[in-house]
Design a protein around this ligand. Sequence first.
Ligand SMILES: Cc1cc2nc3c(=O)[nH]c(=O)nc-3n(C[C@H](O)[C@H](O)[C@H](O)COP(=O)(O)OP(=O)(O)OC[C@H]3O[C@@H](n4cnc5c(N)ncnc54)[C@H](O)[C@@H]3O)c2cc1C
Length: 537
Amino acid sequence: MEDARREHREGWGMSSASVTRVVYPTSVDDVQAALKQARDNSWTVAFWGGGRSYGDAALNESNLLLDFSGMNRVIDFDPDSGEVVVEPGVTLVQLERFGLPKGFWPPVVSGTMFTTMGGCISANVHGKNNFKYGPWGDHVVRFTLVLTTGEVLEVDRESHADLFHHVIGGFGLLGVLVSITVKLKRVHSGRLSVLPSLAEDLDEMFRQFERFNDSEFDYVVGWIDAFAGGISLGRGQIHAARYVEENEDPEGKHLVGLEHQQLPDRFFVFIPKSWLWWLARPWAFRWGMQLINSVRFWFMKFAGHHEPRLETHTAFNHLLDFVPNWKWFYTPGGLIQYQFFLPKEVARPIIRQVLELCRSVKLESWLVVMKRHRADDFPLSHAVDGYSFAMDFPVTDKNRGELYRLTERFNELVVEAGGRFYFAKDSVVTSDAWRKSLGDEVVGRFLALKAKYDPDEILGGNLYRRVIKPLKGEVKLLEPKLPELEPAPVPEPEAIPVEEPAAKEELVEAEEPQAEAPPEAEPDSDDAAKTDAGEAS
Ligand SMILES: Cc1cc2nc3c(=O)[nH]c(=O)nc-3n(C[C@H](O)[C@H](O)[C@H](O)COP(=O)(O)OP(=O)(O)OC[C@H]3O[C@@H](n4cnc5c(N)ncnc54)[C@H](O)[C@@H]3O)c2cc1C
């Protein structure tokens, strides 16, 4: 492993950044050596998977960052059970491309395909199917963890159960994930059956979500026009999707090949996708976004598209990856995403209040995504039995003060409602709000585990220093106690693999890490589109 080099790293939203020392481990030995180096130099350590956390979760100002792009091999695969062993730097897109031709798909996928398995497990990432399939943690069989002492532990639900339940969702604060075993889901087709529908207001939006929640649908996601007010407040569109039955989509059996899961290269046939963020940029102001949101709603209303249709897994799950570097639309100040999770009993009135608050200060979110979730048995997890609401806001010199005042008000509302926050999206939550949202029992048990496995506080970057470290000494440490909750069952229909499973020798080799061009680059070729698609929430 080369010596640490100084690099500038930004959170994905581009509104948090750090200069940090970076090393690129390629083996467990390298990880152990980096931890020793950090200890010898009194540096703290944080990890960089795909760098897709919006805020500071993967940043570590002036200290050490382990970038896992060089540990991205699939180590083993069992075609009978779908269990796959991967290194932490394996990205979702790698896993999808590995699994689909063999009839398997990741049970949980984030809006972007460029997250890594290390990042997905550490954040306990959810997908649009969270209400039915739970977060990634529900699909982890075991993992190998390197402690700050260099000791290597095999961790599963039975052995080191306390670590299992807190490393998942623990944002790299207890140990380093160096290999992860997860169970993939069998699928019969390269496509999903997708049903779009429209909601004229917030009440209808909730009614539709509840309807899909108790149905055969596996995924549900809502888009909301945050600019609409009055009787149209909360209007938007819902997409529900389900895996197809075994003989329902004979053609889809042949669409598991990678060539069928590519997102198109061009928009309206001739416009290279890499130009899209740049072409849309003149609309990047409040009235422009109001118009775009409005046109989107009315287009959906009048163009119809309300019949079920078949869509590839990639197109449904990673729609915004279609627009390469769409985040540059928000340059120069970048964006923050504020995502909160509310119990179902209180979600509707609080979301109404949030939308009205935004409108009252003329700071409507430019993109709002709503999802349905279920509770899980990971104490630090963000999901509750209820709804999440994710709002993208541009950050500018002019709006910064008002925006942060607004998010403080959101924090209060979420805490009062018994809701949760999500560090993967966060830039603004305070120690106090985070502590209240989880409760002193959960925080006290986590801090006790931290004191046990990382007594010298070697693990922890900007996020840890901003939110968690200030609670040391404030919250009473408690012995780890695991939740009694049994993990909710994951639906697993019987299925026959679509193609002959690959022999072990065919396990995929490391993929080139995604190279990202600087924002000032002019949009040019569609090659750029192929190397880094933009991403979706
Ligand atoms: C466009 C977009 C859409 C998104 N959609 C969703 C979504 O639908 N659902 C959702 O839940 N999230 C979503 N996210 C958030 C994203 O899934 C999480 O931030 C995820 O953690 C990012 O993974 P990463 O590999 O980029 O990790 P990073 O952002 O690099 O790191 C995330 C955390 O994982 C830790 N970590 C990384 N590797 C290791 C390791 N080997 N050992 C221990 N700790 C490690 C880091 O220290 C850090 O705390 C989205 C993000 C973007 C940008």
